[in-house]
Design a protein around this ligand. Structure first.
Ligand code: HEC
Ligand code: HEC
Length: 216
């Protein structure tokens, strides 16, 4: 009688442990990573040496801050994938897609972008004019007086670089100039946003037209 009880108890305990092992193996397989985890690993191996831990930037001279909320609001997944895939000619940003001589597949680049989105906590509200038009000659003067001190001296990245200009839209340029990037040397330029430049909307549009002329 007693033996039978012990056998039943042992049996129940054994089944319990087997189920526990099967459950663990199925749901926490150490070899199966989520896309974000895989993206984090790819980031640490391929990007961190220049862009810093968690994308805080400036580990390497002009490597920009990637975890900035203004930047993440303006940069679509398409833009990020494009820059990472093709790199940015004329700068230290390498191309990573195998099709462009890099070491990452499209899927891996998608994972890195998912990981970068985990830094995106909030959309920053930015108002862009419907038409970004203006006099490029005025833009050139304004650029020389307000921007060149950093952007011609390696403090900021080159913004007259052809590859950069091809990758970004007028809106991206206008909003970045107007609202800047928090916690970087790129302060806001639009009147009333607390920066030192206090440019009008028209002046910012003129700068964008000047930058676009540099593309040709
Ligand atoms: C050798 C250094 C280096 C490495 C490695 C590197 N980057 Fe960059 N990256 C740069 C530099 C420098 C820039 C700025 C280019 C410029 O002047 O416009 C940049 C720009 C970028 C931009 C555009 C940012 C902006 O403000 O317009 C993105 C996005 C980016 N890198 C993502 C990545 C990712 C993701 C990786 C890893 C897969 C990576 N980078 C690896 C140096 C690097
Ligand atoms: C005090 C130095 C400084 C001044 C002045 C300055 N910038 Fe910047 N700018 C920077 C830095 C640094 C960055 C990169 C910030 C980062 O890490 O993301 C930047 C980024 C940018 C970007 C984004 C580039 C990219 O690769 O995505 C644009 C566009 C830009 N600046 C335009 C301008 C214009 C136009 C002016 C003048 C109206 C200006 N900046 C004035 C330092 C400056």
């Amino acid at each position: 009688m007693l033996n039978k009880k012990i056998i039943i108890i042992l049996f129940v305990v054994a089944v319990f442990f087997i189920l526990l092992i099967v459950y663990n193996y199925t749901f926490t397989d150490p070899f199966v990573k989520s896309s974000v985890e895989s993206g984090e690993e790819i980031y640490e191996q391929n990007c961190m040496q220049c862009h810093g831990e968690n994308g805080r930037g400036r580990k390497m001279n002009t490597a920009t801050t990637l975890n900035n909320q203004e930047f993440l609001t303006l940069a679509s997944d398409e833009l990020l994938k494009g820059v990472i895939s093709e790199g940015r000619k004329g700068t230290k940003m390498p191309s990573f897609h195998v099709d462009y001589g890099g070491n990452l597949t499209g899927e891996q680049i998608g994972d890195v972008v998912l990981y970068m989105r985990s830094w995106h906590k909030q959309n920053v509200e930015m108002e862009t004019p419907d038409k970004i038009t203006g006099d490029p000659n005025l833009g050139r003067k304004l650029y020389k007086n307000n921007c060149l001190s950093c952007h011609g001296k390696g403090v900021g990245p080159s913004v007259v670089n052809k590859a950069f200009l091809e990758q970004v839209s007028d809106e991206f340029l206008w909003d970045t100039i107007a609202y800047g990037r928090s916690d970087t040397a790129m302060g806001p330029s639009l009147k009333g946003t607390g920066g030192i430049r206090e440019l009008t909307k028209k002046e910012i549009s003129a700068i964008v037209r000047y930058l676009r002329n540099m593309e040709d």
